[in-house]
Design a protein around this ligand. Structure first.
Ligand code: AGP
Length: 599
């Protein structure tokens, strides 16, 4: 998973390619590079971030391609940075994905071609060189694409030509249409300040991108793809005065939630309109829901599982996408498989969805990303409408996923006769109150920052929760570990005494979810167990019992079944301020990238 950009038009390509590339750094940032199309190609590439790349102040190029890398094949070195070129240095290629048959292709190209990197990508420019006759670049690239196995989004630039040829297979690519200029990128935020009129390429597409337009071919035939207007403004993908995207996105949660709820919820009648597109009879006779997801989306799935079982009276299992197997003893037609994915591009989740489809199950995507692969592959899609999330750590999309799952659970509960109108209204009331409840937590940021500073140097951090508090504990730990690099683990509070308690010392901080919906009284007993062993303790919410076992306690505003997700906001702020106090690269933590398009 890497970021690709491209530009053809009338302006200097250099600042456009480098700035659009910087907007994609959330996709990978261990090396970067740019190729500028001139009478001779100019290539600049190096290990490190795009901002560390030595580039001229300006150029005369009117076309260019760029790449920001998250290494898969070959370590992050200058040589392995993209673009890669053929033997003549006339053909430059940037690539996102994995070319699975690269070893075989490299062997076939043989000693006549000189390779300068360890990457799988480098076979592509050399293969193009074999097919290139100086006439039609799209023909040459199409011939090469037919030879590639695996996933790829590639962009090809040849010296002396004012065009880019791009191809997509299982890796996203989007084209931005401008006035006499055209943009290419892995994701819309790259160029949204220049164009909001976009075309998403689909698997198997090969496109010729020129200043005045785009030709798209599929199976050798010229086709037209729909143009979509991007709804959000360019500012949505900027920091807006915050030090980090993550902090901005934490603070955007009330607004993101309002967007998710707009036009969908009628608390008075207890009705939800998600425009689901699945027949009522099917939903009524549904026997099982399987949720597939990764990382934070998996935690949202665990939360959704409990809500769906309680509100819609349906059996639900949640699966780490990379471990998913449809399983025996089921009627696939009566099984709905729900893929939760912010990006809509996570390879593990897409693979799980494909195997579910192949088994005959119906599929539903819950995603944030319009035009993403999951929306094309799932039978139905529900958007979470959180707006662009740039920080690698997912924050606002977690709460928006949970809110969307709540709406889904209420809609299903009503359709299946499991939920009365009054019960549905009560849940929807909590949902409508969620933005306000989260705002109250955000207003206490200074207090949680003080706690973060006091305990930042602890040896380890454990997060405890029961019931709906359990996925929140897992999410709290994931957030802290990914941005602070500290040892953090989330546990079902009752499991602590079955092993993890051995890890508890007086150099540990234990944070627990003590809200409604998380059996707080029982969890408080577990807090007492760690307090006895000298750990420092922080609680979010109020439990009846001996509060003296808590060193610090933060109240959580009333939010019914959604209270644990409100507590999660404290944990997000805690993780952020621990990481900040340690000077971590919060928006681009080491070794990670925003969307993981490899398995
Ligand atoms: C969350 O902070 C992570 N960056 C990561 O776990 C993420 O949630 C996971 O990779 C799934 O991504 P998706 O929602 O785009 O599918």
């Amino acid at each position: 998973m890497c970021g690709i950009t491209g530009y053809v038009g009338d302006s200097d390509a250099l600042p456009i390619v480098s700035s659009t590339l910087a907007n994609l750094e959330y996709r990978g940032y261990d090396s970067a590079g740019v190729a500028l199309g001139n009478s001779e190609l100019e290539i600049y590439k190096a290990e490190g971030k795009i901002g560390e790349l030595t580039l001229p102040d300006s150029s005369t190029a009117r076309s260019g391609i760029g790449h920001t890398r998250w290494s898969t094949h070959g370590p992050p070195t200058d040589e392995n940075a993209h673009p890669h070129t053929d033997c003549t240095g006339e053909i430059a290629v940037v690539h996102n994905g994995i070319i699975e048959n690269h070893a075989e292709l490299r062997a076939e190209l043989g000693a006549e071609h000189t390779f300068t990197s360890d990457t799988d990508t480098e076979v592509v420019p050399h293969l193009i060189e074999e097919h290139w006759d100086g006439e039609d670049l799209l023909d040459a690239v199409s011939a090469v694409v037919d030879r590639l196995a695996g996933s790829f989004a590639i962009a090809v630039l040849v010296e002396g030509r004012n065009e880019i040829v791009a191809a997509r297979q299982d890796s996203p690519l989007v084209i931005g249409h401008g006035d006499g200029e055209t943009f290419l990128a892995s994701d819309v935020p790259a160029f949204v300040e220049h164009s909001r009129d976009v075309t998403f390429l689909e698997d198997g597409d090969v496109a010729r991108i020129e200043p005045d337009g785009v030709e798209i071919y599929h199976d050798g035939e010229r086709i037209e793809r729909e143009r979509t207007a991007v709804e959000w403004e360019a500012e949505a993908a900027e920091k807006g005065g915050y030090e980090h995207f993550m902090l901005k996105e934490i603070h955007e949660q009330p607004r993101a939630l309002r967007q998710a709820l707009t036009g969908r919820v009628d608390a008075l009648s207890g009705d939800v309109d998600l425009d689901l597109g699945l027949p009522e009879e099917y939903l009524q006779s549904l026997e099982e829901i399987q949720i597939v997801a990764a990382g934070t989306s998996y935690h949202a799935g665990l939360y959704a599982e409990q809500l769906l079982e309680e509100l819609a009276d349906v059996r639900v299992t949640t699966h780490v996408a990379s471990e998913y197997d449809v399983g025996g003893g089921r009627d696939p037609w009566q099984t709905l498989v729900v893929a939760i994915t912010q990006s809509g591009e996570t390879a593990d989740t897409l693979e799980a969805l494909r195997s579910a489809k192949a088994s005959g199950a119906r599929t539903l995507a819950v995603t944030n990303t319009v035009g993403s692969t999951v929306t094309r592959e799932a039978d139905e899609t529900v958007y979470i409408h959180a707006g662009p999330e740039i920080g690698v750590a997912a924050t606002k999309t977690f709460v928006s996923q949970v809110a969307t799952a709540t709406m889904l659970a209420v809609a299903l509960g009503r359709t299946r006769g499991a939920l009365s109108r009054d019960e549905a209204s009560a849940v929807l009331d909590s949902l409508r109150g969620l933005p306000g409840a989260i705002q109250q937590v955000l207003d206490r940021e200074a207090e949680i920052e003080a706690i973060a500073q006091e305990y930042a140097d602890r040896e380890a951090f454990f997060f405890l929760g029961r019931r709906l508090g359990h996925p929140v504990a897992l999410e709290g730990a994931l957030k802290l570990k990914e941005i602070s690099y500290d040892h953090a683990e989330g546990f079902a509070a009752g499991e602590l005494k079955h092993g993890p308690l051995a890890l508890v010392t007086d150099d540990v901080l234990v944070l627990s979810v003590l809200t409604q919906g998380s059996n707080p009284e029982a969890t408080l007993h577990n807090v007492a167990e760690v307090d006895t062993r000298g750990a420092a303790t922080v609680g979010f919410g109020e439990a009846k019992g001996d509060g003296s076992v808590l060193d610090h306690s933060f109240s959580v505003p009333e939010a019914g079944l959604l209270e644990p997700v409100v507590a999660n906001v404290y944990m997000q702020l805690f993780a952020y301020h621990v990481a900040r106090s340690k000077g971590r690269a919060i928006d681009k933590p080491r070794n990670l990238a925003k969307s993981v398009t490899v398995q």
